[in-house]
Design a protein around this ligand. Structure first.
Ligand code: NAD
Length: 482
């Protein structure tokens, strides 16, 4: 069955403080499965970005906590009611399968709903001052205030709705203004979301969405004089470029990952294989926290590999709009070609291909590779697609930890063991932002702290709670108090 309805090409405008703005030049948005144009967006020039920041800066948000909560809740409800409409758009512009797109739309509901619930909580703290011999009869209070300037938000293609929501919802909850630049590969979802937010009552000056070619207008997003904070989710290369370019500005970087799933000898292998296959292939393997390396100890590797292969074979890859399909395309054919090349490279170094690596355009079916050397490019670099690479490790936890920590990344991890001594060592010794025992590295709730270290980020976390903190300044004030 195919739920595709032939939609007309969406000729989109930018949203600058709510106003629809077009330019002479447009960028085509392609459906990676069909190769057809699904929409066009304007190619902004730097002056459009400037206009968006200036409009945002000129507006001083005065929404009460109650008003912010209402807007966020209405947004959540509208996204819930229009879930299928958004899923259709996500699938059309990204090639993610219908199941993945529906799931993403449901996650976005949580992001706005949690932000709504958190915005009404008073975040102030109180410090009594009569607590030392030099103390005074005073109290110090804290309150969090929005940034003086504007938030510059730059987002990737792999979750066209959710990555954007993780920037916008906490910004609204804290009375901030945002200029968003979604990726040129999947900008249509972000524009549709902006309309939902305006309809939910968001003052349009609090959100602008600009689109375009990053080589033309990217620098303007990083260096605008009214940008106080840049929140970026994307690749390490661009993240480091932004960090250098940003100068005296706060920068929140959520970068790439190369997350391991670790399987120890005591693990329930069937359960571990299920986590491995799901974790490596959901969202076409295009999650920063996808399982990108499976580290299994030698004593159970043979049996584990057999189970992984059996489960991977059951997955179907095909037309992303087909609701029964498990894996849609990756973002474009170039990406799929690169996975193919890396798998062949690993094979030239002794890896064994068990399944897949038979690309059709941007459709890259799940691919199981065993005996992958831990330093092969396939697993040393981030391979952002549905590859399931098995690395066989010595039966020695110290070696497993060493191999796990051997890449430049440090985002998240998943561990399959029931032994408490192993668990404590992994939690203490893996150089990552998250350790999930008996879960995929990507497991989280939308408000829990999330983010990595090393090349995966500077340690600032996202997730609604942490993002609300990073989008505010703490102001203290003190009063006489007897
Ligand atoms: P990307 O770095 O190519 O692009 C991300 C964004 O940066 C896009 O909007 C792009 O247009 C913009 N950009 C590119 N060049 C720019 C420039 N010179 N100036 C300003 N902006 C510029 O990343 P991608 O390919 O879209 O996304 C995939 C990457 O994102 C993967 O590495 C993935 O792991 C990572 N990611 C990380 C997280 C996380 O939370 N850590 C979440 C999702 C994705």
């Amino acid at each position: 069955m195919n739920i595709q309805t032939k939609s007309p090409v969406r000729r989109e405008a930018m949203r600058i403080a709510g106003r629809k703005v077009r330019t002479d030049e447009a960028i085509d948005v392609l459906n990676p499965y069909t190769g057809q144009v699904v929409g066009t967006v304007p190619a902004a020039r730097p002056e459009h970005v400037r206009e968006a920041f200036a409009a945002a800066r000129a507006f001083k948000p005065k929404l009460t906590r109650y008003e912010r909560q209402r807007i966020l809740l209405r947004t959540a409800e509208m996204l819930r009611d229009r879930k299928e409409e958004f899923a259709r758009l996500i699938t059309a512009e990204s090639g993610l399968c219908w199941k993945d797109s529906l799931y993403e739309a449901s996650r976005a509901y949580d992001v706005y709903s949690f932000a709504a619930q958190l915005t009404i909580l008073d975040d102030g703290e109180t410090y009594a001052c009569d607590i030392s011999p030099m103390g005074k009869q005073r109290k110090i209070f804290t309150t969090r205030v929005p940034l003086m300037g504007v938030i510059s938000a730059i987002t990737p293609f792999n979750h066209p709705l959710n990555m954007v929501s993780h920037k916008i919802a906490p910004a609204i909850a804290t009375n901030n203004r945002v200029v968003l630049k979604p990726t040129e590969l999947t900008p249509l979802t972000a524009l549709a979301l902006a309309d939902v937010l305006y309809e939910a009552g968001l003052p349009p000056e609090m959100l602008s969405v600009v689109t375009g070619n990053p080589s033309t207008m990217g620098n303007a997003m990083i260096t605008d004089p009214d940008a106080d904070l840049i929140t970026f989710t994307g690749s390490v290369r661009i993240g480091k470029y932004i960090a250098e370019k940003a100068g005296y500005r706060r920068v929140v970087l959520e970068l790439g990952g190369n997350d391991p799933l670790i399987v120890m000898e005591d693990a329930d292998l069937d359960k571990a294989a299920e986590l491995a296959v799901q974790g490596a292939t959901k969202n076409s393997g295009q999650r920063c926290t996808a399982v990108k390396r499976i580290l299994v100890v030698h004593s159970v590797a043979e049996e584990f590999s057999r189970l992984v292969l059996a489960k991977a074979r059951k997955l179907t890859a095909g037309d992303p709009m087909d609701p029964t399909v498990d894996i849609g395309t990756v973002i474009h054919e170039r990406a799929a070609q690169e996975f193919e090349r890396r798998v062949l490279d690993a094979m030239s170094r002794g890896a064994k291909l068990l399944h897949g690596n038979d690309r059709r355009g941007a459709l890259y079916p799940p691919t199981v590779v065993d005996h992958v050397p831990y330093d092969a490019e396939l697993v040393r670099e981030e391979t952002f697609g549905p590859v399931i690479p098995i690395i066989r490790c010595p039966d020695d936890i110290a070696e497993v930890v060493r191999i796990s920590n051997s890449t430049a990344y440090g985002l998240s991890s998943g561990v399959c063991t029931n032994r408490l001594d192993y668990v404590t060592r992994f939690v203490n010794e893996l150089d990552v932002g998250t350790v999930n025992i008996w879960e995929v590295p990507g497991y989280r709730i939308e408000m829990s702290p999330f983010g990595g270290i090393k090349d995966s980020g500077l340690g600032h976390k996202e997730g609604v709670v942490e993002a609300m903190k990073s989008f505010t300044n703490v102001r203290t004030y003190s009063l006489p108090w007897t």
